[in-house]
Design a protein around this ligand. Sequence first.
Ligand code: ADP
Length: 251
Amino acid sequence: MTVVPTPVLSVRDAAVRYAGGVSALAGVSLEIHSGELLAIVGPSGSGKSTLLNIMGTLDRPTSGTVVIGGQDVTTLPDRQLSALRGRWLGFVFQQFHLSEGLTATENVTTGLLYAGVPRRQRSPLALTALERVGLAHRAGHLPHQLSGGERQRVAIARALVHEPTLVLADEPTGALDTANGRAVLELLTQLNAEGTTIALITHDRDIAAQLPRRVEIQDGRIVRDTAITAAADTPLGKGTAAAASGTGGAP
Ligand code: ADP
């Protein structure tokens, strides 16, 4: 018997409407499984940030559900949501969002604040995370003493330090030059090979093309998901892709 694993995160028929009648997402369904590395790709204004915000439990959909680790988070109170984020999710932002007065190690330890890790264990864990991103030799540096690429690696270490089930990376190479952008993408690919599940949001089709799965979004709808296309191409998947995709199947 085949056991279908529970997705790490699933978005089911989610819609987001902003005041003034703007429909930012319209019936989006998406499943992310453990071990995946996927790009959510679309032009500016297509709904990527809105989708990221509901996946990261920073916002709630107007309708539909978001399920993380088997739990419907749409109706959870805010306090439980922060605890859930602290345990399950890691965030990487385009502009790094490091604290200027803190060293690389101290910045990384802030990723443990909501994970219930005792104070004494935080620095050693932060150092291990900095080693994973190749920055142990910069542990005592302040953000302004680091290059853009190094700053983003510190931010990635902070996102990883509590071993989240899913890392959400919002345009992580967007503020970097080509060489540093490529290095960050290689790092994310390497971390994924080591077992980290990563969803990367980008407007850049060239970056998306380098990732194993691409979910394309346009006008608040998923217009293509290569995981579903691939499933539809296998004998078992034939005929089930439309059901699996919800409204997200390719037109
Ligand atoms: P992307 O991240 O792909 O650039 P967004 O998710 O930011 O797209 O935006 C999707 C749509 O929702 C756009 O039309 C945008 O103008 C609109 N939008 C985003 N945030 C708000 C808001 N707070 N209020 C009203 N409209 C918004």
